[in-house]
Design a protein around this ligand. Structure first.
Ligand code: SAM
Ligand code: SF4
Ligand code: SF4
Length: 334
């Protein structure tokens, strides 16, 4: 198993399968930037299914246990089910993060293709806030139907990720927890992050996990669940009836010390960190038909030098003054 300079293993691989999306969430792909003039990648620039499968198969011996397919919106990728089928043929857990718009129609086929789990992003239950945050006219019922279809297809436990922004969707905190009580769905609240260079992030808009919990505690009792595995990003709590609620505290309580996630951008660059400024371009090697051991060696040499821990350093002066990071969440995958 490969370890980085801080002794962290490479256990999870997050792969962005497309840089395109059918939403324009203001915290991720604001429409002013991601409009028709934005230089999206051309089809031949993104990794093919064969290249992705070869990459995953090559990296499993380094210790990869889980592959998360994300984006952009992964379900927009043509024949996405076939990619899931290819990756699931290998000895790894396969998960997808999606905005859920196309989930109702694809959930069963994805489960049949070997998908293990799905995470659906959903920031509010009322149409007004939902449409404002996603900058779309999609009805929230479409995403809720996608979640139901995922549960029916056995892609459980379904997780729902909600980014909370001050002054925008605080009211959704209680709504989401109430709505999913008793369904087995794990609602996870994500602190709004300063990722990419387009979202004009401001610390004042971040609502910390503690604040979110305090809002919940006004109405319900919650108990902390002791962590089972340090590499899990969410800190879990539960209601008295056993409904799990997660908090992803990238800002208030960073978890870089246990970060075992490598990331592949849609154009085939390997990134050590969500906030990395540069990635190692694997595409030329994949296109030149590099063998598994060659790919393994390249990624090992990048990972063994890894000392990234951006979230832990965020407030230190040399980072604070830095120009905003160039890699967009939609390229590198959330
Ligand atoms: N389109 C899919 C979706 O939304 O689930 C997958 C890609 S999206 C980039 C993955 C996750 O990143 C989503 O749960 C989204 O809410 C989260 N995300 C995007 N921008 C973020 C930000 N600035 N802060 C925190 N989370 C963010
Ligand atoms: Fe699209 Fe997901 Fe980003 Fe929203 S968070 S714009 S759904 S990639
Ligand atoms: Fe991992 Fe980088 Fe996030 Fe820290 S900031 S948890 S190293 S991805």
């Amino acid at each position: 198993m490969v370890r980085d300079a801080l002794a962290r293993p490479l256990r999870d691989l997050r792969i962005s399968v497309t840089d395109r999306c059918n939403f324009r969430c203001s915290y991720c792909m604001p429409r002013e930037v991601f409009n028709e003039d934005y230089p999206y990648l051309a089809r031949e620039e993104i990794l093919s299914f064969e290249e992705l499968e070869h990459l995953v198969a090559s990296l499993i011996p380094l210790g990869i246990e889980k592959v998360r397919l994300t984006g952009g919106e992964p379900l927009l990728r043509r024949d996405f089910v076939k990619l899931v089928e290819k990756i699931s043929a290998h000895d790894v857990e396969v998960a997808v993060t999606t905005n859920g718009v196309l989930l109702e129609s694809q959930a069963e086929a994805l489960a049949d293709a070997g998908l293990d789990r799905v995470t659906v992003s959903l920031d509010a239950l009322d149409n007004e806030t939902f449409q404002k945050m996603t900058d779309s006219d999609v009805d929230v019922s479409v995403v809720l139907a996608g979640i139901d279809a995922a549960i029916a297809a056995g892609l459980t436990p379904v997780k729902v990720n909600a980014v909370v922004r001050r002054g925008v969707n605080e009211h959704a905190i209680q709504d989401l927890v109430n709505y999913f009580r008793g369904t087995g769905v794990i609602v996870r609240f994500i602190e709004y992050m300063d990722v990419g260079s387009s979202n004009s992030w401001r610390l004042e808009e971040v609502i910390s996990a503690k604040e979110i919990r305090d809002i919940l505690l006004e109405k319900i009792d919650l108990m902390v669940i002791p962590p089972q595995d340090a590499s899990h990003v969410a800190k879990l709590w539960q209601t008295t009836e056993g409904d799990k609620i997660g908090f992803i505290t990238s800002i208030s309580e960073p978890f870089c010390g246990d970060c075992s996630r490598g990331r592949i951008s849609s154009e085939g660059k390997f990134y050590n960190c969500l906030f990395a400024e540069n990635g190692f371009n694997l595409k030329p090697y994949l296109r030149a038909k590099a063998t598994s051991s060659e790919i393994q060696e390249l990624v090992s040499s990048v990972w063994t030098k890894r000392s990234d821990r951006y979230s832990e350093l965020r407030s230190e002066p040399e980072i604070e003054g830095r120009i905003r990071l160039p890699v967009e969440m939609s390229h590198i995958g959330g």
